[in-house]
Design a binder for this molecule. Sequence first.
Ligand SMILES: [Ca+2]
Ligand SMILES: [Ca+2]
Length: 370
Amino acid sequence: MALGEERQVVPLRCELQDKYLDFKWLERKPTAPSDAKLPPLKEPLFFSWKFADGERLFVLAEEGKGFVLYVDTDGDNDLTDEQPFRCLWRDWRPYSPIQVRFGPIPIHLRFKDQTFTRHFGVIAIVFRDRGPDFGDFDKYRPRMALYSAECWMGTILWKGELMTVMVTDTDCDGIIGEKDKIWLGYWRKQLPFWLPAIGQIGIKGRFFRYHVEPTGKELVIEPVQVRAASLRFHGEQLQVSVFNENEEWWLEGEGGELKAPIGSFRLGIVNLSRKDAQGRLWTLLAVFPSKQAPKLEIPEEGTTLNLEPLHINLRWDEEDDGLKFSLDITTANGMNVGMLWVDRKRPPEPKLRLTAPDGKVVAELPFHYG
Ligand SMILES: [Ca+2]
Ligand SMILES: [Ca+2]
């Protein structure tokens, strides 16, 4: 992260935001807890969510020509001391599925002898059956989701350049921990990527452990000593995530060599860049398949990452009266190629040529990116 030998403390500032990158479904409850104090409510629907200091009740109810949301923001199980959040039917956005947002809602939390306030948004989404409901609000089937309406911004030194980072409370528990995310490069026209808010990284042979403080006020980066060996690759740049039961690393290397901790790992993500003979820059992003991530052993003498040859897998399914063809690409070690770019653009779409046994071309069809 920061390429320094010293421990670094990066202050983060909390900002309200109305966009969200992740959300969590609130848990629907058939009734309110028996000791909950409720204001008078028409047709209430009960939901709950577990924050770092315990469960909170959310209640959506009808009110005139709209809806009212009560949230137990201070966790005392009393909704009569709460400010209601309202919306009208005309506020429902004609998205698919239709939805309305409430908030920002201040949630007052207690964590390790500290009290602080976090802001969240609530999205009410209406489904009917399995699809979105474009008709009337079906009060018996809404789903409600929670998202953090805050992010924490800071600036780090990343490979010699200043880079803005954004920390989000991804799991919506009100504190920052290992299930939350640090977004890097989100504002640049490059592939945004994220790291867990607590983790370990190695860049060009320097290794660091980092964590975001639970209230989000700072990011602490500390250099660590690691027994490392070479992971050789064919290309200019390589980024990988590796993990085992005990640890997880984000690692970066250049010029055909990446320094990795010695040990037995599995490969989560591979991002490889290489120039071809014409000077075009190819970028390949591969992720582990749904079943199991491929093994990666890093012995003391080092090893080589072999991704090639790439396999092109052609599939077809019957659809109506015809056949639907699709293709995907896997690496030699079985990872799924999620993206393949040339000079930061998608390569031209491949074509499928169908021929009869005598070699006569029956059809020539272009594929489309799905
Ligand atoms: Ca309350
Ligand atoms: Ca969290």
